[in-house]
Design a protein around this ligand. Sequence first.
Ligand code: ADP
Ligand code: MG
Length: 240
Amino acid sequence: MIAMTDVQKHFGELHVLKDVNLEVPAGQVVIVIGPSGSGKSTLCRTINRLEPIDSGSIRIDGTELPAEGKGLAQLRADVGMVFQSFNLFAHKTILENVTLGPIKVRKMNKGEAEKLGMSLLERVGIASQRDKLPAQLSGGQQQRVAIARALAMKPKVMLFDEPTSALDPEMVNEVLDVMTSLAREGMTMVVVTHEMGFARKAGDRVLFMADGQIVEDAPPEEFFTHASSPRAQDFLSKIL
Ligand code: ADP
Ligand code: MG
């Protein structure tokens, strides 16, 4: 579903992704962990071309990402992304936040989009808030809306970049629960997170990134018990 081949990315002199190769089969849940600045966010952002790459290729479901134009909007719609900061449209209602993409990009009519939107808001447990504005919701609720909004595009892949890092502790689980059920339903997911309980429960695979490289790639249990590189061991000793 995702195939990154020999991907290189610089920010000026800084080499942020160093020859990254990654294949994610359909339905797999990949957890990405690693120190701050190791390139985790950049990895996610290149997968839907929020960041252009210098060289290499990225395919989603067999199709190479175009650099720009109409094809890019379509492919981007196939790749949902949820950020640490919820990034909801502040002046639109919860329901409008979810229906805007399907109407604009997927060319759905309003009634159809609202039906889909409500079913997704129900799925993330927030349907009763449909007419509120984002600021009237808690952080955990806003993040669940952001997930519903991404799902409304019927993506093939969902990317999560530290989706619970900005939340108060008591709200983390309500978001992780939604993500866990999504994983169980077979969504292909790339999740940057330091929530190790979630990684163990929902992850099929853990990637450890350091200095722009994927240093380890192993099933969660193996990674947490037998990380082989000193950098991963050092990192784990600090967070576990
Ligand atoms: P992580 O998500 O693992 O913390 P990032 O992918 O955000 O790491 O960043 C990797 C490196 O690239 C960091 O050194 C960061 O400062 C740098 N970086 C990220 N985005 C930009 C940007 N837009 N311009 C310049 N440097 C950037
Ligand atoms: Mg980051």
